[in-house]
Ligand binder design. Structure first.
Ligand SMILES: Cc1cc2nc3c(=O)[nH]c(=O)nc-3n(C[C@H](O)[C@H](O)[C@H](O)COP(=O)(O)O)c2cc1C
Ligand SMILES: [Mn+2]
Length: 523
């Protein structure tokens, strides 16, 4: 079942007892963060001990300085809500659907072809559909608008200002015409400008570089000049005159139905439109409407749409911002988004999130990505059995992966595969274990992985791209990564000592004690 808009989703959350309306007055400056942070950490230590993990979604209905405004936060912040958003009882159902579609064999005869027809018809439902108008056009403002008409949060004390934290940023590849949707935070500078924090390995940043290459007369090319010109991280302070003039259109949708908001953070392959991914997950097309002032389309039912552009020859200091690493990401240079038109629903609901020390709302989204991407990872690395991204590892710092090992050195092959797989390239530490290890049980992983390694022999260092948020790497965006081969070592890998058996009680004794347990009077 797909939600048509944010409001249907909110109604479903409320119906399921997963939403709390907060009618007391709250300040969008810091206070909402403190409230939401406590709710996100419910059940940890002494924090809200009677609340289930992640707490409820929160709808703030009395926002200081914004009469009539509503703020939705923590909509994805529990395992149940993440499942509800995707319309499943378990994330494995999504993975199963992906596996089913990937399992297509070439039809052998007419009968096979006929059998495939329903599936092909099914696929037609995944493509986005452009409609003539939609609720996001209820109010259109080409003038007299301000980003501060919306209750944008200042999240943490040392943040550089107020940040839009859950936008769907829509851009178009100038070469292929394909669209991209990505969540990149936006620091509100003033009424009509905001930062555009697409990190340089992200698709929005690549579209921007493509524009720049075209403007510099080097379409499709890659060169050190483009590197310097397009640098949106790394602190190159170039005179504006050294960069080509021109602009790129950008549309931003805030408060979409939940699947598209989720797809906007999903590390989909760059050539796949997130609108299509969302259509697949919803089993219903995403409806789009044309922008008022841009050659771009936006979700028809979005609560708020910002239309505008970024100049190719303009960068501005962005940050600091309290980030999902648990630390402030430092100030750096990023493009500037200029708003030229705002449209919104009547009494728009402002949808947002906070990031900070885990666990937070984004941790649940990361778990969904982990489950959904497992079958896709197996396409190129078929020996992978299971994967875990511990929430404190903030997605890119730690990946634990179990494999079915069949030949010497295979754990290192798996590491290389992961480091070459889209945004998994950022993984700072990969721990590879044998298939008998439950990667979701940190106690078992620590016990077995650390028992099984000879560190000097089993640790692999590589150099490569690292996450822009890594504050420890030698250079911004570039540094080292580590893989730990914690699989059992084989003679063919040069390990000739005997390997000990794991301690396990025999079934007969266990059954005997089960039977006698009550009579023992211990419990
Ligand atoms: C709450 C939240 C905020 C995010 N903020 C940013 C950001 O400011 N910049 C960025 O590059 N990625 C950010 N991300 C991660 C991207 O959304 C993610 O890498 C996504 O896959 C990018 O889409 P793309 O592959 O189409 O570029 C954020 C993710 C979440 C969950
Ligand atoms: Mn993308």
């Amino acid at each position: 079942m797909a939600y048509n808009d944010l409001r249907e989703w909110i109604a479903a959350l409320e119906h399921a007892g997963e939403l709390k309306r907060v009618r007391a007055e709250v300040d969008p400056i810091l206070e909402i963060t403190e409230i939401t942070d406590r709710v996100s950490k419910a059940g940890r230590g002494r924090i809200l001990p009677n609340m289930p993990a992640g707490g409820p979604a929160l709808l703030f209905e009395n926002v200081k300085g914004y009469p009539g405004a509503k703020i939705l936060i923590n909509q994805f912040g529990s395992s149940r809500r993440m499942n509800m958003a995707l319309g499943v009882d378990s994330l494995d159902q999504v993975a199963d659907r992906i596996r089913f579609f990937m399992d297509v064999k070439s039809p052998q005869g007419l009968l096979d072809k006929i059998k495939m027809l329903p599936m092909l018809a099914d696929m037609g439902r995944f493509f986005p559909k452009t409609v003539s108008t939609g609720p996001c056009k209820e109010v259109i403002k080409r003038d007299n608008f301000s980003l501060l008409d919306f209750p944008v949060l200042q999240c943490w004390p040392k943040d550089a200002g107020r940040f839009i934290t859950l936008p769907c940023v829509i851009t178009r590849d100038p070469r292929t015409g394909k669209r991209n949707v990505g969540t990149y935070r936006m620091q509100v500078y003033d009424h009509r400008t905001a930062g555009m924090h697409w990190q340089r390995q992200k698709v929005g940043a690549e579209h921007y570089r493509e524009r720049m290459r075209a403007a510099a007369g080097n379409p499709g090319g890659s060169s050190a000049a483009v590197d310097i010109m397009a640098r949106s991280s790394g602190g190159a302070r170039l005179a504006q005159g050294d960069r080509p003039a021109g602009r790129m259109e950008v549309a931003v949708a805030i408060g979409t139905e939940p699947v598209l908001s989720f797809c906007s953070i999903v590390p989909a392959p760059p050539e796949v439109e997130e609108f299509l991914v969302a259509g697949f997950l919803r089993e219903k097309p995403v409806e789009l409407v044309k922008c008022e002032t841009l050659d771009l389309e936006v979700p028809a039912t979005a609560e708020i749409v910002l239309e505008g552009y970024v100049n190719l020859d303009e960068l501005r200091a962005e940050g600091p911002f309290g980030d999902h690493t648990g630390f402030y990401s430092l100030e750096d240079l990023y493009p500037v988004f200029h708003v030229t038109c705002v449209s919104h629903r009547k009494q728009p609901i402002y949808s947002t999130t906070i990031v900070g020390k885990p666990p937070m709302e984004d941790g649940w989204m990361g778990k969904a990505v982990e489950r959904i991407f497992l079958p896709l990872m197996r396409l190129t690395i078929p020996e992978i059995v299971d994967v875990d991204l511990p929430v404190e590892g903030i997605f890119h710092n730690l990946m634990i992966v179990s494999i079915k090992k069949s030949y010497p050195g295979q754990a290192r092959k798996v590491m290389s595969g992961i480091w070459s797989l889209g945004q998994a390239m950022f993984t700072k530490c990969i721990v590879v274990v044998d298939e008998d290890v439950n990667v979701h049980d940190p106690a078992e992983v620590v016990l077995k992985a650390l028992n099984h390694i000879d560190p000097e022999r089993d640790i692999q260092f590589v150099l490569g791209p690292v996450d822009s948020l890594d504050h420890a790497s030698r250079l911004p965006d570039f540094g080292s990564k580590m893989g730990i081969d914690a699989t059992r070592k084989w003679a063919s890998e040069g390990f000739t000592r005997p390997w000990p058996d794991e301690i396990l009680m025999d079934e007969k004794t266990k059954a005997l004690v089960d039977k006698k347990w009550k009579d023992l009077g211990i419990e």
